[in-house]
Design a protein around this ligand. Structure first.
Ligand code: UDP
Length: 371
């Protein structure tokens, strides 16, 4: 008789665990509060524009982890999309992430040597940067920081960059070459046919019940299951008993436009404070699909999160870290049969590949402990 595992949430963490554990002989049931699988990676095909739209924000798969890449390629073919976002600031477009061409556009810098000399001149001599702003000033100086980082970061996080950890900005490369690939990773692309089809393949043959909210019927679900893998928010699981963790939420404004190509690129960031959205995404560029005369764009507005809103980004302030640790103790002592994972369950600003890696690891541990 196979052992029963309940998986709450059909995003990457839940779906990969479900696949691995099912293949190892466990009986898995996946329940999902939303009416669809795929978590925030969910895509919907738009026939007018002939492309898959990223409903909860752009998801570009990128990784250096060979094991993760080989694993995910077992469920989809990936196209050769490479993320090369542009920045729009006070009427001008700039190459991004910050690279030699950006410095050429701004200051006429043409070679790596000139770029190096420019940065050495403008960098602030901060030995041990303690926050996001200090780190930027120590790397790129005030002017470049103000154009590309300050306004965008304030909009995104609704906090002064002085109050934010350095880790957030270290996601962004600064290069003294003309390479404008946003990610320095070896593997990158978008699943051909969309993320939803990829999730359907991962979950093939596994019982999935969308539209089912674990927290509405917690006692029922806690019974009869050897183990529960919970990928919803940790604080919500505990009814915010210790107070909510901090998140940022997003509002998406999506339009179908009667033009073949609206902005010529998948992503354009609007870095100035006075523009209320952070970026415009044009979905057909992700699919490299240009046969239709119409296009779908989405403006992305970051917002303050209150319980009930979808939590997109954990805000890793010292306060929320402290609260997180208390929730983790609660999880370990009160519900030892529940494993928390994914961006929300772990409360980590994970990329997709990190979530998959963590899910593979968790599944292995469960399999080893139960066989
Ligand atoms: N960022 C910025 N300007 C930009 C893009 C990003 O200052 O044009 C900063 C901002 O603080 C953001 C962080 O870099 O939160 C990470 O950006 P990334 O694009 O990795 O965020 P995501 O795609 O996860 O929203």
């Amino acid at each position: 008789m196979p052992k029963k595992i309940l998986i709450v949430g059909a995003g990457f963490f839940g779906a990969v665990c479900a696949r691995e554990l099912t293949d190892a002989g466990f009986e898995c049931l996946v329940i999902e509060r939303r009416d669809h699988i795929g978590g925030n990676c969910y895509t919907v095909f738009n026939p007018e524009a002939a492309c898959h739209c990223h409903v909860y924000g752009p998801h570009i798969f990128h990784t250096d982890k060979e094991e993760v890449w080989n694993y995910i390629c077992g469920f989809a073919d990936f196209n050769h999309f490479v993320n090369r976002p542009k920045v729009f600031y006070r009427g001008n477009l700039y190459s991004f992430p910050i690279n030699l061409f950006t410095l050429y556009q701004l200051f006429g810098v043409r070679t790596p040597g000139e770029g190096q000399a420019y940065l050495e001149k403008v960098r602030w001599p901060i030995q041990d940067p303690k926050n996001l702003e200090e780190w930027c000033l120590s790397q790129i100086g005030k002017e470049v920081y103000e154009i590309f980082i300050e306004g965008y970061t304030r909009k995104q996080w609704n906090r002064h960059p002085k109050e934010l950890p350095v880790g957030i900005i270290k996601r962004l490369p600064i290069r003294l070459t003309f390479d404008d690939n946003y990610y320095g990773h070896q593997y990158q692309g978008i699943p051909i046919g969309g993320y939803t089809a990829l999730f359907e393949k991962i979950l093939k043959g596994i019982a999935v019940e969308p539209g089912v909210d674990f927290l509405q019927d917690r006692e029922y679900w806690m019974k009869n299951r050897l183990l529960i893998i919970y990928t919803g928010a940790l604080d919500e699981f505990f009814s915010y008993n210790l107070g909510p963790l901090e998140y940022r939420t997003l509002r998406f404004e999506t339009e179908l436009l009667p033009v073949a190509d609206f902005q010529g690129n998948a992503v354009i960031n609007f870095t100035e404070d006075s523009v209320p959205f952070t970026r415009i995404v044009e979905h057909k560029h992700f699919d490299l699909s240009f046969q239709e005369p119409e296009t779908v764009i989405t403006r992305e507005y970051p917002n303050n999160w209150v319980p009930g809103d979808p939590p997109y980004y954990p805000v890793n302030t010292a306060e929320s870290q402290e609260r997180l640790e208390k929730y983790q103790i609660l999880a370990g002592t009160e519900v030892p049969r529940v494993i928390f994972g994914g961006r929300l369950g772990a409360y980590r600003y994970f990329d997709m590949d990190q979530v998959i890696e963590a899910a593979l690891k968790t599944s292995k541990i469960i399999i080893q402990a139960n066989t």
